[in-house]
Design a protein around this ligand. Structure first.
Ligand SMILES: [Ca+2]
Ligand SMILES: [Ca+2]
Ligand SMILES: [Ca+2]
Ligand SMILES: [Ca+2]
Length: 335
């Protein structure tokens, strides 16, 4: 596997940049990127040219304290819209896409959840319209879900009050009933819980899967290729790092954790398949701001030491990471 760097291309979204979202915003078939800065505040979209290059396509300062964000078509017109959590209004602002890659001034939904900082988007009731959950990262956390009527009006469906502080949340269908389930894990205690979706935006009582202590990143995918979604976590612990995979059984239950123990420290790790052999590998970032690829074995274990053969420098303190087909259409031309 060979990554050919064209040099580091930097896309400035200001200080205190957060995550990045990828999707075809302007409808030309190429993947575009959105990023934001909390401090300025500033939101910017960069349009992909299909060859790995990007140009600034749109920007807005129409937000007071933006945190998390995502791309989804909230009004069902076929164009990806941008939803941004705004801490100051305790809610979200939705920038509707006019189809050319320009977003209209945002529609604000205020007072949905005080101090909201994080969101996840999924179609919770399977009606074709994306819904979302909001929660905040404080000492006591609450999570609320909101259902979309199909044109961008939202009503609260559920509230979970026993959320761990500093938690991540991911939607995935763990029991194969087509309704998104919710995985919530608190980064400090490291308790992973799933809440099975009931198809109406509400959930069954949470089930604790495992408690691992501090972890830096978590993900959901079928790591061991048995057709069932598994849970992944990267757990740096001072001098070395454990990678954990909880193999799912496809019915909402999980097997005992499979762990890869390393002898060296990694910061973050994310599941990707850069060599496209159908086995998920790990993109691992290291304390010297380089990253490498740890090859997946296919059973939930990883060849961690291999990551040292593929290291390349990416820049100061990488904390977020994602992969996408930036220089071409995804296989099968999936959206
Ligand atoms: Ca839309
Ligand atoms: Ca829905
Ligand atoms: Ca489900
Ligand atoms: Ca699996």
């Amino acid at each position: 596997m060979l990554f050919r760097s064209r040099g580091v291309e930097r896309f400035n979204v200001g200080d205190e940049a957060g995550d990045v979202a990828v999707g075809d915003i302007n409808g030309d078939g190429w993947q575009d990127m959105v990023g934001l800065s909390r401090d300025v505040p500033l939101i910017r979209a960069f349009f992909g040219k299909g060859n790995g290059e990007f140009e600034l396509g749109w920007q807005s300062t129409d937000c007071t304290s933006p945190y998390d964000f995502a791309l989804a078509d909230f009004n069902g017109d076929g164009h990806l819209d941008l939803i941004v959590v705004d801490y100051d209004i305790g809610g979200v602002r939705i920038f509707y896409n006019d189809g050319s890659g320009s977003f209209q001034p945002p529609v604000s939904h205020e007072n949905l959840l005080e101090s909201a900082t994080l969101l996840a988007v999924a179609d919770l009731n399977h009606d074709g319209a994306p819904d979302f959950e909001l929660h905040h990262n404080g000492s006591s956390a609450t999570l609320r879900t909101f259902l979309n009527d199909g044109v961008g009006n939202f009503v609260q469906a559920a509230q979970l009050d026993d959320i761990d502080s500093f938690s991540v949340s991911l939607f995935a269908d763990f029991n194969n009933d087509a309704y998104p389930d919710l995985l919530i894990a608190g980064c400090m205690v490291g308790e992973f819980k799933i809440y099975l979706g009931q198809g109406d935006g509400t959930f069954q009582a949470g089930t604790s899967l495992v408690t691992v202590g501090y972890f830096s990143s978590a993900d959901v995918s079928d790591v061991n290729n048995d057709g069932h979604l598994d849970v992944f976590a990267c757990m740096p612990n001072g001098s070395d790092t454990d990678f954990m995979v909880l193999p799912g059984n496809g019915d909402g239950t999980f097997q005992a954790a499979v762990q890869t123990n390393s002898e060296r420290l990694a910061h973050f790790a994310f599941l990707i398949d850069p060599d496209m052999d159908g086995i998920l590998d790990l993109a691992v970032t290291f304390p010297d701001y380089s990253m490498g690829i740890a090859n997946g074995v296919g059973n939930g274990e990883f060849d961690y030491l291999g990551a040292y053969d593929t290291r390349f420098y990416i820049g100061d303190e990488p904390i977020f990471f994602m992969t996408a087909y930036l220089n071409g259409r995804p296989p099968g031309n999936k959206p």
